[in-house]
Write a protein that binds this ligand. Structure first.
Ligand code: HEM
Length: 62
């Protein structure tokens, strides 16, 4: 996690402005919903929580 956060931080190799993470989360969730035949509401909530935690962590480290 720390390494990923560093790569996407201001001083990292691939800085990512935190404003983009909402779009990243929406896109990934959409892809999972389209391609995982077992996709359901529980899975959606679990993915959303995990992605939010991860991108919030990146944002703190930005
Ligand atoms: C808008 C969102 C994001 C954009 C535009 C983006 C863009 C990029 C780019 C351009 C690279 C290549 C860096 C290089 O040249 O080596 C990269 C690498 C990577 N990204 Fe992202 N990223 C985003 C979000 C995320 C998130 C949310 C995660 C984790 C959950 C993530 C994990 C990684 C990892 C693991 C690498 C490889 C790092 C390495 O080579 O050491 N990225 N990303």
């Amino acid at each position: 996690m720390d390494e990923m956060a560093t790569v996407h931080s201001r001083k990292g190799r691939a800085p990512v402005d935190p404003k983009f993470y909402v779009h990243w989360r929406e896109s990934l969730l959409q892809a999972v919903s389209e391609f995982d035949p077992r996709f359901n509401e529980d899975l959606k909530v679990a993915w959303a929580e995990a992605l939010k935690k991860t991108t919030d962590y990146f944002t703190e480290a930005y």
